[in-house]
Design a protein around this ligand. Structure first.
Ligand code: CA2
Length: 136
């Protein structure tokens, strides 16, 4: 089974800034642990701060992979283009957010991804990615 985790803008700072909101573990460390927990899954990881690069990656994997775990970060709340990309592909997408966006500012309550996602996991910290992986 081929699954990719796609992270959006600023998530490259995980573990390096704002530990009270996003925790103190880097995503690279978390990802390596996750890979060793799921040796049977061909798990890859992509991060970009650039909206068009995220769209290109969704197009690239969206007809051949078995699943996409997508944390589009702030673009979740702003990007019609990412929402359209998720709608246009065949691979199921699970939307993940580390924080509980519904406990935060109202602008984080809207998602352009959610309507076309297979499911949504919010507020469980980095563990949300593992929960998403278990859903495929
Ligand atoms: O909770 C999430 O996973 C979010 O997708 C994170 C986004 C935020 O804009 C969404 O509303 C919810 C922000 C990612 C920023 O990541 C940082 C990590 C460490 C330090 C600073 C930013």
């Amino acid at each position: 089974m081929k699954i990719i985790i796609i992270n959006g803008p600023n998530l490259n700072l995980l573990g390096k800034r704002e530990p009270t909101v996003y925790g103190s573990e880097t995503f690279e460390d978390y990802f390596n642990d996750l890979k060793s927990k799921f040796p049977a899954i061909d798990l890859s990881y992509y991060q970009s701060n650039i909206e068009g690069e995220l769209i290109d990656k969704i197009h690239e994997v969206g007809f051949s992979f078995d699943g996409i775990i997508l944390n589009a970060a702030a673009y979740t709340h702003t990007s019609v283009g990412l929402g359209d990309a998720v709608k246009s592909i065949e691979t199921p997408v699970v939307e993940v957010h580390i924080s509980n966006v519904y406990q935060r500012e109202p602008f984080r309550h809207n998602s352009y991804i959610a309507a076309n996602a297979k499911g949504i996991i919010v507020g469980f910290g980095l563990k949300g990615y593992e929960l998403a992986l278990n859903s495929f």
